[in-house]
Design a protein around this ligand. Structure first.
Ligand SMILES: [Zn+2]
Length: 181
């Protein structure tokens, strides 16, 4: 049994599972009560990345498969917001923005993440609702729209957390992922 950094883990299960067990048993609760996140750092384990993806049911398995292909199966934090990058920055849903930044903060403090992976996808319903349907009139325009939102969020992340690495990704409905520069 290995944890997310290849070290031998104590007992069975993943680091995350062990952490949850501690919380259930009560040890973690007092740590969390004493210090909202700092106390939990020692028992929460470490992962390298936080993934932000859309909620679209069609691609959940493809996302898991992609992460497994990157060697990160069960080794990443995952925030899901409709629209992914757009959900984190749209002024139409300010509560979603706040949710993203708070989760990023917690992922850093709790699990010491170094990388944020932002995974948009094509034919995104949230993009159509928030920006209107026109941007999908051509594959090129759709790509450009995602590229600009991904870049906006990357810039905002790096302004707040300059030490992080940010990956900007776009998944097709076939599950293929391209890196969007
Ligand atoms: Zn979507």
């Amino acid at each position: 049994m290995k944890d997310c950094h290849g070290h031998a883990a104590h007992g069975g299960g993943s680091g995350r599972r062990q952490f949850l067990q501690r919380v259930v048993l009560g040890g973690g609760v007092s740590l969390l009560a004493a210090s909202p996140w700092g106390g939990a750092v020692a028992s929460g384990g470490k992962v390298d990345a936080l993934l932000l993806s859309c909620m679209d049911y069609r691609l959940i398995d493809d996302i898991e498969r992609y992460m497994a292909g990157r060697g990160m199966k069960n080794c990443y934090d995952h925030v899901i917001l409709a629209g992914a990058s757009l959900g984190a920055i749209t002024d139409k849903f300010p509560a979603w923005n706040k949710t993203f930044w708070e989760h990023l903060d917690i992922a850093i403090k709790l699990h010491g993440i170094h990388t944020v992976m932002i995974m948009d996808h094509r034919d995104c319903g949230a993009y159509k609702v928030i920006l209107g349907p026109d941007h999908t009139e051509s594959a090129e325009r759709e790509h450009a729209t995602h590229r600009s939102q991904l870049a906006r969020l990357r810039t905002l992340i790096l302004e707040r957390q300059p030490a992080l690495k940010v990956e900007t990704l776009l998944m097709g409905l076939d599950g293929r992922v391209e890196v969007v520069a």
